[in-house]
Design a protein around this ligand. Structure first.
Ligand SMILES: NC(=O)C1=CN([C@@H]2O[C@H](COP(=O)(O)OP(=O)(O)OC[C@H]3O[C@@H](n4cnc5c(N)ncnc54)[C@H](O)[C@@H]3O)[C@@H](O)[C@H]2O)[C@@H](O)CC1
Ligand SMILES: [K+]
Length: 503
């Protein structure tokens, strides 16, 4: 598991290490600086003339300490101090003096030169407001320089907490980050500025912070192998559950096909599609493995009978908006006794009938909205959700008592009493119609095999992204179709199976 810390959590780990464990701030800073120079040497970046831009905080202190190390190695080093002398931290003052004693050149204005490396030590996790004036100009000069670019801890201009860009940011080739991954390095737009991220252990004790439930995390292959449901050799199709997909409407057979295909590839034993009669023959041809039950008008008896049959239900993909769809969603909400995923139009219908939200049975639902659907569901504008994604995720999951999958380029998963999951697999090839139908099928396929709702959501989102990465590697960023994701899911699962077998 990879933990993703925000600025406050990182600062709390720093001060715990300094105050409770007695490791001095200076020691940590010198280790941080050594980690950066080690990285430059390992990468064999040319050390002809290094420029380090330093702010007045401890990130600036790291910068000066890097300057002293490089100076002692005989490199030509220019440090540009871009902060206010009176605002310098104790450590920044000390490291600046050390640097001067080593004979380093210290400027207060940018000077164009043929720098082989530009090091950004302007702001670290302490950045908390828009970058303007002198600082903004400094960042623009740094970005225009032709040298290799290294960010110390985090590129200046990026919020460590939510990845937003405070006006302008340093465009790094690499970021050496200290002790723990910061959330902002992996969220957008922050992730566009980091270059390669190298995490280095400098002896900060972050154990207590990571134990806390409000620290977000991402999954690694080792976690996935543990979460995958067992597949015992004596199994038969009944072992792996009966999944009901209430999906598709006239002209929208594809959604049902994609979800069914993904659910079967995920390992579901039996998949039944409940859809409009118009879709019968096309679905029978597209996916003969699925059982097809159809309706021409709202038919409560047939709906209750398929609900009775199911071990888990996915409702909403391609369902459309109609009176019949409303009646179906309402009946499912009232009558269901098994885990249920609500997607797409299922969410839109729920949003149009706020009084139905009370029927979301405790702990039994997974909702998979993209930002627009979440906006309809919560009544908050999309741009406000984008600015406060975490807060909206946690509040909605808590008040509705559901597992919430907030779909975006970086999908979040939240549920009451569970840690926030941030998904790091996937790519822009997946930003296409049908991709969400595949995700619903994958998560449904896991729920029907007995995975707990939250685990199914987290694992499903990870595998969906991994399948997207595999498909993109085969076909490039433009040409992947949603059905390719369903097909690549097999390889994604196999990768985790192989990983497990090798251990
Ligand atoms: N002992 C520690 O706490 C350690 C800190 N380390 C480094 O220290 C960094 C954190 O240091 P700090 O907390 O001092 O914070 P920063 O060095 O990130 O800078 C904070 C300073 O910048 C100012 N500031 C914030 N936003 C601004 C803006 N938009 N325009 C102008 N000024 C702005 C703040 O008022 C504050 O004075 C880490 O990222 C890391 O690089 C490492 O050396 C490891 C040990
Ligand atoms: K920085």
């Amino acid at each position: 598991m990879q933990y993703l810390l925000n600025a406050e959590q990182m600062k709390s780990a720093d001060s715990h290490t300094i105050q409770d464990l007695g490791v001095s701030s200076r020691t940590l800073m010198e280790r941080a600086a050594a980690a950066c120079t080690d990285y430059i040497e390992e990468q064999k970046w040319p050390l002809t003339h290094v420029c380090i831009v330093c702010g007045s905080g401890n990130n600036g202190g790291d910068g000066f300490a890097i300057g002293s190390i490089l100076k002692e190695k005989g490199c030509q080093v220019t440090a540009v101090f871009a902060g206010r002398m009176t605002s310098r931290t104790e450590e920044c003052i000390y490291q600046m003096d050390q640097f001067k004693q080593c004979g380093g050149t210290l400027l207060t204005e940018w000077q164009d030169n043929d720098y082989s490396i530009v090091i950004d030590a302007l702001f670290g996790v302490g950045l908390n407001r828009e970058i303007t004036g002198h600082y903004l100009e400094m960042l623009q000069h740094m970005n225009m320089s032709s040298g290799r670019k290294l960010a110390v801890d985090i590129p200046s201009g990026i919020s460590a907490t939510d990845g937003r860009v405070f006006g302008e940011a340093f465009q790094a080739d690499a970021t050496v980050t200290f002790q723990e991954r910061k959330l902002g390095l992996f969220l957008f737009s922050g992730a566009l500025y980091t270059g390669k991220v190298c995490v280095t252990d400098i002896g900060i004790d972050s154990f207590t912070v990571k134990e806390q439930l409000d620290t977000a995390y991402a999954l690694e292959m080792s976690d996935i192998a543990k979460l995958l449901p067992e597949r015992p050799p004596y199994a038969h199709k009944g072992t792996f559950g009966k999944l009901l997909l209430i999906a598709g409407s006239s002209g929208m057979a594809g959604a049902a096909f994609l979800s069914a295909c993904a659910a079967y590839r995920m390992g579901a034993g039996l998949v039944r599609i409940y859809t409009t009669e118009d879709n019968r023959s096309i679905l029978q041809q597209l996916i003969p493995e699925a059982i097809i039950t159809t309706y021409t008008e709202y038919d409560k008896a047939s709906l209750l009978s398929v609900l009775e049959w199911a071990d888990a239900v996915c409702i909403g993909s391609g369902l459309g908006r109609s009176d019949v769809a409303d009646l179906i969603v309402n009946t499912v909400l009232k009558e269901i006794n098994v885990p249920c995923l609500i997607d797409a139009d299922g969410i839109n219908i729920l949003a149009a009938h706020p009084e139905w939200k009370d029927q979301l049975a405790e702990g039994n639902y997974v909702l998979t909205p993209h930002l627009k659907e979440l906006s309809r569901l919560t009544g908050r504008p999309v741009n406000e959700i984008q600015m406060h994604r975490r807060e909206v995720l946690e509040q909605t999951a808590r008040t509705l008592d559901v597992t919430l999958v907030q779909k975006d380029a970086r999908t979040f998963v939240g549920a009451k009493g569970r840690r926030m999951y941030v998904n790091l697999t996937g790519n822009a090839a997946m930003a296409k119609a049908g991709s969400g139908d595949v995700l619903a099928g994958i998560i449904g396929g896991l729920m029907v095999q007995g995975c707990d709702n939250y685990d199914a959501a987290v694992l499903g989102v990870y595998l969906h992204g991994l399948a997207g990465d595999i498909a993109r590697n085969e076909m490039g960023c433009y040409s992947v179709l949603a059905r390719d994701l369903a097909d690549a899911l097999g390889s994604a699962i196999q990768m985790t199976e192989n990983w497990k077998a090798e251990k």
